[in-house]
Design a protein around this ligand. Structure first.
Ligand SMILES: Cc1ncc(COP(=O)(O)O)c(C=O)c1O
Length: 425
């Protein structure tokens, strides 16, 4: 059959792939070495990703060729800057299949996006006795802003618990929805467990109970195809620096009606239509939420990162990272006796593997690995309540991206065996 298939048919039936070995040439930092001359083995992409040349050049291009403010200058380089900034918004919208670019508000990071919603939407819509439902696996960015809000407004927080395998307990969620929460907010992919939550189902359930939904996509947008329309979400947030873009870039997506009904978060220049001494009118969306001069270079870099990811193909990236997660779990379980790993079984999880070596603090693990040029994260990964849930003070975490190769996981396994040997002496 395969022999008689047309080339197009053959292409369609093959799973999309990326070639991480080739991709690595796009990341200049991967050609560097540490102070001991060891090549960089970067396994901390969940903290922040490396940046490809396309992003570095986009930022440099703005700074060296058309550095000027946006939405005001009537000269060539200012118009070029405005066009590049708005083109970045279009690319960012395409990456998550937002219905229109005007629904993308540029922010510094996912944390700022969540705070924007908590201050603007939250202070208008959450009052005494109102409930917000979160999960036990939230990053502090999707927990603390809601704590501040309900403390101020006399509201309540409820939490969807998780199983020992790191999955949300949907039967408890269903029961919590009987409290008629105003908002349900959850992470798309857990930065500690790697769990990929069933966001569409969670959203449908929330909507059926009359709640709005905010999804923290900081660990999803860089790694899996995200379609905010298919999910049906109300708010979706993510950071540029985790998706190969610059630090200081990020986005809040929300449905037009919500953004239009929300009051501004920050006030000042650019977010107004008309200003009088005692009152002002707000600009249209998204500018109403972009007061002052933004990080123009960073958002242009975010646009370049979105184009880079779409060029590789999000389906192909997902396959690559799913394979890496499986390979990592199998390799570490086989090669590192006593290792404890957390989160769902290999297969349907993101490219994040958190672990502990018995009796060895993760900080010691990370420090010893550093000598071999291996970068991992150690600590609570801004998920202290989740660590408490598993009765853990800290974990070590290896996390992957498009440039991660299985050889780096092999290097991690060798490094971890060395750590165990050092502590056995
Ligand atoms: C799931 C999740 N949400 C939110 C954040 C916060 O991202 P940022 O620090 O870029 O605002 C992170 C960062 O690690 C994260 O992993």
């Amino acid at each position: 059959m395969a022999d008689t298939a047309t080339p197009t048919a053959r292409i369609r039936t093959q799973p999309a792939r990326i070639d991480p070995h080739r991709i690595r040439a796009d990341f200049p930092i991967l050609a560097t070495a540490n102070r001991f001359g060891k090549p960089l083995v970067y396994l901390d992409s969940a903290a922040t990703s490396l940046k490809p040349k396309a992003v570095i050049e986009a930022v440099d291009g703005y700074n060296s060729e058309y550095s000027s403010n946006i939405h005001r200058g009537i000269y060539e380089i200012a118009e070029r800057a405005t066009a590049a900034y708005e083109a970045a918004r279009v690319s960012t919208a395409r990456l998550i299949n937002a219905p229109e670019a005007a629904e993308i508000v540029f922010v510094r990071n996912a944390t700022e996006a969540i705070n924007l919603v908590a201050y603007s939407w939250g202070r208008r819509n959450i009052g005494r006795g109102d409930t917000i439902v979160l999960t036990e696996m939230e990053h502090h960015a999707n927990l603390v802003p809601w704590q501040v809000l309900v403390q101020e407004r006399d509201g309540d927080l409820e939490f969807i618990p998780i199983t020992d395998d790191g999955l949300l307990r949907l039967e408890v969620y269903e029961a919590l929805l009987h409290l008629h929460p105003k908002l349900v907010a959850f992470t798309h992919v857990s930065n500690m467990l790697g769990t990929i939550n069933p966001v569409r189902e969670l959203t449908e359930m929330a909507h059926a109970a009359g709640a709005l939904v905010l999804i923290d996509g900081a660990q999803a947008v860089p790694h899996i195809p995200v379609d905010v329309q298919a999910i049906g979400a109300d708010f979706y947030v993510f950071s540029g620096h985790k998706m190969l873009g610059p630090t200081g870039s990020g986005a809040l997506w929300a449905r037009r009606e919500l953004l239009e009904a929300m009051p501004p978060f920050l006030a000042g220049g650019d977010m107004i239509r008309e200003v009088h001494l005692r009152r002002s009118d707000w600009n249209e969306i998204p500018y109403k939420f972009e007061a002052g001069t933004p990080d123009i270079a960073a958002e242009i870099g975010l646009g370049a990162a979105a184009e880079y990811l779409m060029g590789l193909g999000m389906d192909a990236i997902r396959v690559h990272e799913q394979e890496l997660a499986r390979y990592a779990i199998e390799t570490l379980r086989r090669e590192v006796p006593g290792i404890e790993m957390y989160g769902p079984e290999a297969g349907d999880r993101g490219g994040v593997v958190s672990f502990n070596l018995p009796g060895i603090h993760p900080h010691d693990v990370a420090q010893i690995l550093d000598r071999s040029g291996i970068c991992i994260r150690a600590g609570h990964h801004c998920t202290m309540p989740l660590h408490e849930r598993f009765d853990l003070a800290a974990t070590a975490r290896a996390s992957f991206n498009v440039y991660t190769i299985p050889e780096e996981i092999d290097a991690l396994a060798v490094g971890l065996r060395e750590v165990v040997r050092i502590f056995e002496r």
